[in-house]
Design a protein around this ligand. Sequence first.
Ligand code: C2E
Ligand code: CA
Ligand code: CA
Length: 641
Amino acid sequence: MNKMSSEWGIRMQYNIHYDIAAMVLTAVILIHYYHRKAIKQPQSYVFTRLMWLSFFTDFLDIVTVVIDEYRLSPLLVNTVNVVYLVFFNIAPFLYYMYLLTLSKRRELWSRKDKLVLYGPVLCSVVLICTSPFTKWIFYYNRTEGYCHGNGFFLLYIAAIIYMIGTVVITLLHRSRMTVWQKTSVYMYLLASAAGILLQIFISDILLLQFATSLSLLVLYMSLENPNEDDDKLLGIYNRRGFEKVVKSAIEVEERFHLLVVTVRNYLIVRETAGVSFCQVTMMRAMEHLKAEVKPCLLFSISEGRFAVMVDKCRRADEIAGILQREFAQPVVNGDMNIQMKISILQIDYPEEVSSIEDVMDYIDYAAVYEAESNDEKVFHSSGEILRKMRHENRIQQAMQQALDKGTFQVYYQPIYSTKERRYNSAEALIRLIDDELGFISPDEFIPMAEKNGLILKIGEFVFRTVCEMMAREKIWEKGIEYIEINLSIVQCMQEDICEMLYGVMDEYDIPYSCINLEVTETVIAKDILWNIMERMTVGGVTFALDDYGTGYSNLTNVLKYPFHIVKLDKSVVWYAMENERAMCALRYTVEMMQKLNKHIVAEGVETREQLDILEELGCRYLQGYYFSKPVPEQEFLEKII
Ligand code: C2E
Ligand code: CA
Ligand code: CA
């Protein structure tokens, strides 16, 4: 009841319309809340109590007015009023508790936190409950009806303590709260303060409960709005909801298993069968799964990727089995049978992850690893993978930055001709030096760049830089016949690769014969080299077969393709130095290449002894640290003079 009086201790008139409105409003919020099934977080527990409390307070308020109106028995009036007042005074306490829960874990609450939290409410409750005897808070008799006692203001003081506490917490944790959260807190405080003032100064309208309900609505919309956590299309929670749930579980240190499912061929299926096919298939799958994995929660993470949080009453491997079965059968689309291929990553807390950041990192980077996986297996997260993924991610960033800022560098490693006793060519090698990570080896970043496609830009950059240098320095006049440039398999797979190469060479107007392109046998295996060789060699560009002696080195490749150079891999050279049979094989290889009229470049020459042996074997071209490491352009130009 809106206990308003112009003077405490004087009987009041009540207007219950606002109470009814407040009750309806709270009921609507409650229905909406339970219908939408908001994600449970530690503060949700307090929020639901706050809503129910508000609802019953409204109800009791009306009841007190009615029974007061009809002057019912003092025992009944006293009891109802005690319950009403207790409820009414618990609200600011719960609100404060709500913010405290938001700001820190319950286990971390200090003694002072608990004293401020429970002290005032306990005092209020004791005062209210003893009031029928002491008449301190309120009193009732048949002539005057219900009246506030002299101690009623103490209840306001308790409420004000909580309001101050609320302000303090909000200010202390403002950096961690969203603008919306802060706004709703201030609105609640304003509404409550206005409510208290109204109650004190306006005696015939009772607004306080209505103001409280309104601020609950604001709180609901901004702090607890479950719509924001839904993936409307799939009818499951979204990534935001996922983060909330995982964060809460970690906050209360509750163990969990997550199964992150990635449809590996999602993009291909989307391209071939269309977006709506993908959506309908995923919707149906989610519909099934929701029933089968109950009560586990499902979350959509991104397109073609969702997660299941395994409930305590189910086992992770059992759920993984259900997921695999769900996607085991192809889906019919017109006259096509489409198979969605999934891989599952299992993340265990606290064994493998310790924070929400760890979990999200796994989910964001795991795709790379999953691409290499197969359907049967469930992948388990591990700290090792996480570190590796983070490191890779840093390198990806470093590459992107180097491209954006133009800080990639091209170094040159001169190649020595034993016959002419001077350098006759050089290999261009890319260098990446990151401010944070320092020198990053191309052996590390080139495979990554090949995976994400950055190699196309990197390759073009190297080619352009070399051509520009050659044109500027006219290096063919300095005895350098050609520069060897590495061509990645990914570059070779581009249809317009020859146009790019010719385009750049023409732009700098350099003789085509100054360029030698190094490819490995992986390019031959893909059967894409013929076309490129045919088109490039007409112009005069030559080719080298790189890393000969590793992998599947196949002599027929050397016979079949018009390679100008065969580069013996450094491992072959080094092995021959310590093993007689390997030396024998090397001798024959060199002999044979000579007969086939190929230039042989031996890589990895580090000592005088190696040089002598290789020269004796008949290797005419040598590359290695003994002569020079790969060096920046200026140093290279000084070396060849
Ligand atoms: P690669 O094509 O086999 O290049 C030769 C590698 O051997 C270079 O390593 C070079 O520094 C190193 N090397 C040369 N002589 C010696 C020696 O005497 N001792 C030792 N220990 N090493 C020697 P680098 O520069 O680290 O490059 C590694 C690989 O990265 C290259 O192997 C190549 O596959 C790739 N790469 C480098 N630059 C490019 C590029 O511009 N484009 C593409 N697609 N790949 C590149
Ligand atoms: Ca090479
Ligand atoms: Ca090589």
